[in-house]
Design a protein around this ligand. Structure first.
Ligand code: FAD
Length: 385
C-alpha cells in the first residue's frame, strides 16, 4: 500500500516506523522533523500513571521504550516518578496504586515523611505523600523522533520536509469527480497520490480533513522553565508531577531542573509566543525553593512554550474520522502526553489500515467515542487526571 503521512512530529514518525517495513511510506512535513510540539516537549515518560485503567496500553508503551533504547542514537533515561498528592487526593491515588501493584506494576505509595530519605532533594512540606512509579523516565524528544525516522528510512520510508500540505482529496470513495481511486495530497509544491493517508499534523489536522469530516480537537499552549540549582541534582532525583500546583518536573542530565506547566487554551495558535511567560517563570521561581532542596539561589537558565492538541477526554484520536473511509486515518489530540503515548500510534494505525490487531485495546483511541465533533468542548489539563 502507498501511504502518505502528513506531519513528522512524534506521531507521524511513529506511524512511519511501524508501517515502513511492508508498505511504501512517504512522510511530508511543512517545516522539519519534530519541528512543533514534539521539539518543545519535556520528554517525560510515565504511561502507567496515565493509563491505569488500560494496563495493556501502559505495558506496550513501557516495553517499547525499553526495547528501542540504544537504537539509532535513542536513549531512554530510567528514573522514578512521584505523583505528589494533597491529603484530599491521597485516598483515591492510594487505591489506584494498590490496583497497579496487584497487576504487577512497580508502583507504591510513600507517605510525605518517607520521601526525603529516598529522594533527599525533595521537601514535600504540606503534601500527604506521593505515588511512586518505578517504570518511568524521560527521553530527548528530538533524538527520539530522528531515531524513529532513521529506523523507518532503513525500512524504505521517505521523508520530505519543507513541503506544506494544502489539502487532501479523497479518491472514488467519496468524490465522484475523482478520476482514480487514489487519494490526492496537494502541497505547496505539487501533488502526491496514495492509497491511504495518515494525518498526524497536530492541531492543524482538523483543517486538513477533506469535505465536512471533523474530529474534536483544539490547540492549547504549555510552558517549561529550566533552573540551575546551587548544587547539581544527583542521579537519584526522581521525575514527578504536583497535580494540585499544575506543575511537573524532571532533572536534566547535568543536574539542572526542568519544571513544566501552565496549560492554556488559545484562539490563535499561529500567533502563540514560543517564549515562557514572565508570570509562569515567577510562579516556578516562587515554588521551586519550597519543594526542592538547594534552590533558594537557583539561576533561571531558559524557558519556552509550545502548542499541543487537546481532545475532550485527554486521550488521542487515532482512527478514521466518523464518515471517512478506512484509508484516511488521523493521529492527533495527544494532550501533552504525545511522547510517552507515541508507541501506540503505529500499531493503532496498522489496525485501522490493515485490520491487523493491535496488542492493546485500540478502541480507546476510536474517533466515534465522542458524540460531538465540535471544538468548543471544555479543556481538561492532564495535570488533573
Ligand atoms: C512544552 C511542552 C512540553 C511537553 N512535555 C511532554 C512530556 O513531558 N511528555 C510527553 O509525553 N509529551 C509532552 N508534550 C506533548 C507532546 O510534545 C505532544 O503531545 C506531541 O509531540 C504531539 O506530537 P504530534 O506528532 O501529534 O504533533 P507535532 O509534534 O506538533 O507534529 C505535527 C507536525 O505536523 C506538521 N504539519 C502540520 N501541518 C502540516 C501541513 N499542512 N503540511 C505538512 N506538515 C504539517 C508540523 O510541522 C509538525 O511537525 C509536551 C508538549 C509541549 C508543548
Amino acid at each position: 500500500m502507498r501511504i502518505c503521512i502528513v506531519g513528522a512530529g512524534i506521531a507521524g514518525c511513529h506511524a512511519a516506523f511501524d508501517l515502513a517495513a511492508d508498505h511504501d511510506v512517504t512522510v511530508l512535513d511543512r517545516v522539519g522533523i519534530a519541528a512543533e510540539a514534539t521539539g518543545y516537549s519535556a520528554g517525560l515518560v510515565a504511561p502507567t500513571q496515565y493509563y491505569p485503567d488500560r494496563p495493556a496500553i501502559a505495558r506496550h508503551a513501557n516495553g517499547f521504550f525499553a526495547d528501542f533504547d540504544g537504537s539509532h542514537g535513542f536513549e531512554f533515561t530510567e528514573r522514578d516518578r512521584l505523583d505528589v498528592v494533597t491529603e484530599a487526593e491521597a485516598e483515591t491515588v492510594r487505591s489506584t496504586a494498590d490496583e497497579l501493584a496487584d497487576a504487577g506494576f512497580p508502583v507504591d505509595y510513600l507517605a510525605a515523611d518517607e520521601i526525603p530519605d529516598r529522594y533527599p532533594r525533595i521537601r514535600p512540606d504540606g503534601f500527604a505523600g506521593a505515588v511512586r512509579y518505578g517504570d518511568t523516565g524521560w527521553v530527548d524528544p528530538y533524538t527520539y523522533a530522528t531515531a524513529l525516522k532513521a529506523a523507518a528510512e532503513a525500512d524504505g520510508a521517505t521523508f520530505e520536509v519543507g513541503v506544506e500540505v494544502e489539502n487532501v482529496r479523497l479518491g472514488r470513495t467519496d468524490d465522484h469527480a475523482a478520476r482514480t481511486d487514489d487519494h490526492v495530497i496537494r502541497t505547496d509544491d505539487g501533488r502526491y497520490e496514495a492509497d491511504a493517508v495518515v494525518l498526524a499534523a497536530g492541531w492543524r489536522t482538523r483543517s486538513l480533513l477533506p469535505g465536512d469530516l471533523e474530529v474534536p480537537i483544539r490547540p492549547y499552549r504549555t510552558q517549561c522553565v529550566v533552573l540551575e540549582p546551587e548544587t547539581p541534582l544527583g542521579d537519584s532525583t526522581p521525575t514527578g508531577r504536583i497535580g494540585s500546583e499544575h506543575l511537573y518536573f524532571r532533572p536534566e542530565h547535568n543536574g539542572d531542573l526542568l519544571i513544566g506547566g501552565a496549560h492554556d487554551t488559545i484562539a490563535d495558535p499561529r500567533a502563540a509566543s514560543t517564549d515562557a511567560d514572565e508570570s509562569f517563570t515567577l510562579e516556578v521561581a516562587g515554588f521551586a525553593p519550597t519543594f526542592f532542596e538547594g534552590f533558594d539561589d537557583a539561576g533561571l537558565l531558559n524557558g519556552w512554550a509550545g502548542v499541543d492538541t487537546a481532545s475532550p477526554d485527554t486521550r488521542p484520536i487515532i482512527d478514521s474520522p466518523v464518515g471517512a473511509p478506512d484509508s484516511l486515518v488521523v493521529a492527533t489530540g495527544f494532550n501533552g502526553l504525545g511522547v510517552m503515548t507515541s508507541p501506540v500510534v503505529g500499531p493503532t494505525v496498522r489496525q485501522r489500515l490493515t485490520g491487523e490487531p493491535a496488542p492493546f485495546p485500540a478502541e480507546t483511541f476510536a474517533a466515534d467515542r465522542f458524540d460531538d465533533v465540535g471544538t468548543d468542548f471544555e479543556y481538561v489539563s492532564t495535570s488533573e487526571v
